[in-house]
Design a protein around this ligand. Structure first.
Ligand code: HDE
Length: 711
C-alpha cells in the first residue's frame, strides 16, 4: 500500500469535477433581496399582517402563511436504520485497468477520475444521537460514473448479523430502543437485543466484531469499509468473477476506548462528524484504498463456508486483498439536508460489469432500498434531487409523480412508438447496455436455508483467535458491559452459552463479570486457526497525520518551546492546540504571550489523542494547582494516550496519581520514554518531538498499567 504521506500522482484534491459543476445548477446563495418562494420582494418578515396593531392576524398574509407552512413541513422521516450520518464528496481512480474482470468503465480506465459522495453513519441511533456509541458504522459510496450511478453500500465490519433478509426487521426491532419506553438510545446494551442474540446463533460472528474495538472507531477516516456480500464482476465476454470489496484508510484502523467513547458522547456528540468536516475543511483529505478479493467462478465451492453467506468473510490469508484504486474525500457538502440527508443509496444501483450473487441478504436489500427512498423522500422522483442526479444522460419513459423536475418535451412516453421517432431507443449490442450475468438457476420454491450456512461459530472463533491480548481484553469487557446492562438473568445466561460455543475461556470471563454460572466446556470442537489481517495490531502505525495534540498552558509558559514543538509536529501532519484556563492568551516566560486555542473548560482530554505539559516555572505551578488540568492529564494517561512533559512540566507529571514511571531528571541527557510517557529536561527537550511522534504513531500505549489510575 502506498505510504500515508505520499500524495498519489493521480489525485488532484480540491480540483472541481463534473459533479461539482453539475451542482452549480442547483446551488442557491440567498444573497439578493428577500422574496417569497414565487419571487415577490418582501420588506418585513418580522411582523404578521394584522387588523390594527393589537388586532388578529389576517389570513391574507400570504408571505407569513407560506413561511409557517413551509416550516411545518420541513421534516422528512429519518432513515429507519443509519439515521445518523455525515458525508463528503471526493473522487476515485483505479490504479490499473480491471477490464479483464469487469466491463465497468470506472474500473477499466486509470485516466478516469470518478466523482463520489460517501456517507458514513451509525446504525441504531436516531438522527440526533451521539457519534461515538458502540455500533456498526455504515460506509456508503455513490460513484457518479459515466455509465450511471454505482452504489457500494457497505459497513465497517466485513460480516453481518443475519443470513436472510427476512430476519432484518426482527434484528432491527431487537436492537432499536425498546418499544414501551424508547430506551436506550443508540445502544445495543439492553435486553431485547441480547434476547435475540441468545436465540439466533447466526449473529455470533458479527457480535464478536460489535463487542470489539471495531465498533468504536477513532474517526470515520480511520476505519475500514467492506461491501460485506460477495458480488460479481462481469467482463465484456460475459464471464463472471466473485468479488469482495474492501476500503482501507491510509491513516490506519484505530479505535477509541469504551470509557472515552462514552464521555465523548456527552462532551462532543458530533465528534466524528466534526472530525470529518474539520479534516476536509483544513485540507487534510481522508484517503481510502479500494481493494478486492477475487474468486474465480470455478472456485465457488472451494471454501469451508458458503460465499453467499453474509455472516462469513474470506480470510485474507486464503484470498489476498488486491489494491485496485484510491478514493480521496476533498469537499464538504454545502447543505446537510439537501445532500447528506437526501442522498439515496440503493444496492441495486449497478453499472454494467458489476452484478449480484444469490446472497439472500443482498437479494432482500435490492428490494428494500428503493422502497425506503419512496417513503423517505416522498415519491418516485428522488433520483432527480441534485445529490442523486447521475452524470450519465437519463432518457427514460418515467413520467409525473410528486416533485417532478424534468420538463419532458417528447409527446410519447412509451415504447414502442412511431410518433416519437422510436425514442428513447433501446441500446444496441455494442452500446454498453447493462447485461445481467447469465447464471443458470433452477429449484423448487421452498423456505429453507442451505446446509452450507449452518456453521455459526468457526469464523467467530477465527476472529477471536486473531486478536492480540489487549484486543481480547477490550472485547471481553464489551460483552461484560453489554450483558451487565441486561436486567433479565435468562437473557444473560443464554448469551453466555452462545459465547461459550465460540470460546469457552471468553465465556467464563464474561459469566464471572455478569454473575451467571460458568458454562460447561463448549460442546463444539474448537480450533486454533487465526487470520492476522483481522487484528487492528496489524494496521498502519507509522504516521501522526491529523492527530490532535493538546498542550496545557498557563502564565509563565515556555512559549518558544511550545512554538518549536508545534512546528515540529505540524511538519509531521499533526494538529497542536494550546489549552489554558481561559481563552485569549497567556503570558510567556521572559516576556511576550502565547495564543490560546481553547479554554480547557470548553473541551476535554477525550477529544485529543495526546497531551503535553510544557516548560516554565510559573506555568507548572499554576497547572499543578488546576484540577481541570490535572484531570486532563490523568485521564489521557488512563486512556493509554501518549503524554509528554518538558522541564518544569515533568514536575507536574510527577505529582499525579500515576503508577511509578521513569521520568527525566536533571541527570538524563536526552528524552526518557517509559510506558508512552516522554519526558526531557534542558537540552533533551530537542528530542521530544521525535520520541513523541514515535509513540503517537502507535496510537495507544498498550500494556500501560492503568487500572489504579483514578479518572
Ligand atoms: Fe441497510 N438499509 N439493510 N445494510 N444500510 C438502509 O436504506 C436493509 C445491510 C447500510 O448512508 C436503509 O436509505 C435491509 C447490510 C448502510 O444512506 C434500508 C437489510 C449492510 C445504510 C436498509 C440491510 C447495510 C443502510 C435505511 C437486510 C452492509 C445507510 C435508509 C436485508 C453491507 C446508507 C436507507 C446511507 C441503509 C435496509 C442490511 C448497510 C431500510 C432490509 C448487510 C451503510 O433500506
Amino acid at each position: 500500500m502506498p505510504d500515508a504521506q505520499t500524495p498519489r500522482p493521480h489525485d488532484r484534491p480540491g480540483e472541481r469535477d463534473d459533479k461539482d459543476r453539475q451542482l452549480d445548477q442547483s446551488r442557491a446563495d440567498s444573497d439578493g433581496t428577500l422574496t417569497t418562494s414565487t419571487g415577490v420582494k418582501i420588506a418585513d418578515t418580522d411582523n404578521s399582517l394584522k387588523a390594527g396593531r393589537r388586532g388578529p392576524t389576517l389570513l391574507e398574509d400570504f408571505h407569513v402563511r407560506e413561511k409557517i407552512t413551509h416550516f411545518d413541513h420541513e421534516r422528512i422521516p429519518e432513515r429507519v436504520v443509519h439515521a445518523r450520518g455525515a458525508g463528503a464528496y471526493g473522487h476515485f481512480r483505479v490504479y490499473e485497468s480491471l477490464a479483464r474482470y469487469t466491463s465497468a468503465g470506472f474500473l477499466g480506465d486509470p485516466s478516469l477520475r470518478t466523482p463520489v459522495f460517501v456517507r458514513f453513519s451509525t446504525v441504531a441511533g436516531s438522527r440526533g444521537s451521539a457519534d461515538t456509541v458502540r455500533d456498526v458504522r455504515g460506509f456508503a459510496t455513490k460513484f457518479y460514473t459515466r455509465e450511471g450511478n454505482y452504489d457500494l453500500v457497505g459497513n465497517n465490519m466485513p460480516v453481518f448479523f443475519i443470513q436472510d433478509g427476512a430476519k432484518f426487521p426482527d434484528f432491527v426491532h431487537a436492537v432499536k430502543p425498546e418499544p414501551h419506553n424508547e430506551i436506550p438510545q443508540a445502544a445495543s446494551a439492553h435486553d431485547t437485543l441480547w434476547d435475540f442474540v441468545g436465540r439466533q446463533p447466526e449473529t455470533m460472528h458479527m457480535m464478536m466484531w460489535l463487542m470489539s474495538d471495531r465498533a468504536l472507531p477513532r474517526s470515520f477516516r480511520m476505519m475500514q469499509g467492506f461491501g460485506v456480500h460477495t458480488f460479481r464482476l462481469v467482463n465484456d465476454a460475459g464471464e463472471g468473477t466473485f468479488v469482495k470489496f474492501h476500503w482501507r484508510p491510509l491513516l490506519g484502523t484505530h479505535s477509541l476506548v469504551w470509557d472515552e467513547a462514552q464521555k465523548i458522547a456527552g462532551k462532543d456528540p458530533d465528534f466524528h462528524r466534526r472530525d470529518l468536516w474539520d479534516a476536509i475543511d483544513q485540507g487534510r483529505f481522508p484517503e481510502f484504498e479500494l481493494g478486492v478479493q477475487l474468486v474465480p467462478e470455478a472456485d465457488e465451492h472451494a471454501f469451508d463456508f458458503d460465499l453467499l453467506d453474509p455472516t462469513k468473510l474470506i480470510p485474507e490469508e486464503q484470498v489476498p486483498v488486491t489494491p485496485i484504486g484510491s478514493m480521496v474525500l476533498d469537499r464538504n457538502p454545502d447543505d446537510f439536508f439537501a445532500e447528506t440527508e437526501q442522498i439515496a443509496f440503493h444496492t441495486a444501483n449497478l453499472v454494467p460489469g458489476i452484478d449480484f450473487t444469490n446472497d439472500p441478504l443482498l437479494q432482500m436489500r435490492n428490494f428494500s432500498y428503493l422502497d425506503t427512498q419512496l417513503i423517505r423522500l416522498g415519491g418516485p422522483n428522488f433520483q432527480q434531487l441534485p445529490v442523486n442526479r447521475p452524470l450519465a444522460d437519463v432518457n427514460d419513459d418515467q413520467r409525473d409523480g410528486y416533485g417532478q423536475h424534468r420538463v419532458h418535451r417528447a409527446r410519447t412516453s412509451y415504447l414502442p412508438n412511431t410518433l416519437g421517432g422510436g425514442r428513447p431507443r433501446p441500446a444496441g449490442p455494442d452500446e454498453g447496455a447493462y447485461r445481467h450475468y447469465q447464471e443458470r438457476v433452477e429449484g423448487a420454491k421452498i423456505r429453507e436455508r442451505s446446509d452450507s450456512f449452518a456453521d455459526h461459530y468457526t469464523q467467530a472463533r477465527l476472529f477471536y483467535n486473531s486478536l492480540t491480548g489487549w484486543e481480547r481484553d477490550n472485547l471481553s469487557a464489551g460483552f461484560a458491559f453489554e450483558l451487565g446492562k441486561c436486567a433479565d438473568t435468562g437473557v444473560r445466561e443464554r448469551a453466555v452459552l452462545q459465547i461459550a460455543r465460540v470460546d469457552h475461556g471468553l465465556a467464563a470471563e464474561v459469566a464471572r463479570s455478569v454473575g451467571v454460572a460458568r458454562p460447561d466446556p463448549a460442546p463444539a470442537p474448537g480450533h486454533d486457526l487465526s487470520s492476522p489481517a483481522l487484528s487492528q495490531a496489524a494496521t498502519v502505525m507509522d504516521t501522526v497525520a491529523s492527530r490532535m495534540i493538546a498542550v496545557l498552558a498557563a502564565d509563565g509558559v515556555d512559549a518558544s518551546g511550545v512554538a518549536r514543538f508545534r512546528e515540529e509536529m505540524a511538519g509531521r501532519g499533526a494538529v497542536v492546540e494550546v489549552l489554558a484556563a481561559h481563552d485569549g492568551e497567556v503570558a510567556a516566560a521572559g516576556g511576550g504571550t502565547l495564543a490560546v486555542d481553547r479554554a480547557i473548560t470548553t473541551t476535554a482530554s477525550v477529544l485529543y489523542d495526546a497531551v503535553v505539559l510544557p516548560g516554565g516555572t510559573d506555568c507548572a505551578r499554576a497547572l499543578a494547582a488546576d484540577g481541570d488540568a490535572l484531570h486532563f492529564v490523568t485521564e489521557a494517561f488512563k486512556h493509554a494516550k501518549p503524554v509528554a512533559a518538558v522541564d518544569e512540566g515533568v514536575d507536574v507529571l510527577a505529582g499525579l496519581p500515576l503508577p511509578s514511571l521513569r521520568l527525566a531528571d536533571g541527570a538524563a541527557s536526552g528524552a526518557v520514554v517509559d510506558q508512552g510517557v516522554v519526558t526531557a529536561r534542558g537540552a533533551g527537550a530537542g528530542e521530544v518531538p521525535q520520541a513523541f511522534a514515535t509513540v503517537l504513531s502507535g496510537h495507544r500505549v498498550r500494556g500501560r498499567a492503568v487500572s489504579s489510575v483514578p479518572a
